[in-house]
Ligand binder design. Sequence first.
Ligand code: F6R
Length: 306
Amino acid sequence: MNFEDQIRDFSKQVKFSADFGKLAPFNNIIISGMGGSGISGNIFSEIYDKAPVQVVSDYNLPSYADENTLFIGISYSGNTEETISAAREAIKKNCQIRLITSGGILSELGQETVIVPKGFQPRAALGYLLKPFLNTFISSDESIYADISRLLLEMESDNSKEKEIAKLIFQKNSIPYVLGFPPFRWVAYRWKTQFNENSKILAFSSYFPELDHNDAIPMKLTYGKDNFSFLVFGGSTGQIEKRVRYTSEVTSTDFITVEPKGKTLLEKLFYLIHAGDYISYHLAKLREIDAEDVSVITELKDRLKS
Ligand code: F6R
């Protein structure tokens, strides 16, 4: 499947119905995953508040991990060393374990595992990696995901708006700086990583209200500002809506606003994720760069194995 088709699969992925099965009671959730896999845990952690959730993008688990911990390890390839190490530690510590992978070493650990389809770049399989969390902990109502799928399909057949935004970034020869706000802080970070991996460009992300206590200061300075395109998600309300407006005014910074379509939180969440997929993909095309290629990541992983 070519990379554009992988991106276009998202409207199908959102209907993926796998979940984590029956779970024993737990006190806390620890999620382990890196890059395009780990982000699903981060995004979930921002919309779930029934138990403490910690996402570990590292080799080791925090010392509190024990038999009352639900450990969820996610690695699309199943061969990412940090995630394998964390999963092995979780087994040793008698955590309740669930894994998500398409195969590899993770699938051979003898644990309860959600197997996702092969043939994708991990970052283009986000629907498969995120849905088990949503189906288990948020809602398994298929009609919710059918509505989201329709919304994503619209973008997949017409992503000219996303292409326009990519053009603005490209024509300015600028670095994307993505400004999110709760519950889309990790979506902003996902955009940053999509710009990194798809467009092969350095990118930054930050979020309201925190950024008003730091990023806003250099935003006011003219020095270097033209090197950036500031992208902000639309649809904020209350104090956050004011903060977006006042920050732009006080710092004299133009924001490119990306309005999420949809009514519910999940609709907006998926819409914004996909908008970032397309903007970063179009930016790669404008830069005449292969959006799929991640040979630098592969080379690093190979060297670490030797
Ligand atoms: C590649 C990508 C990477 C990987 C990361 C971890 O498309 O998105 O960020 O996700 O190197 O690998 P996996 O996901 O196989 O554990």
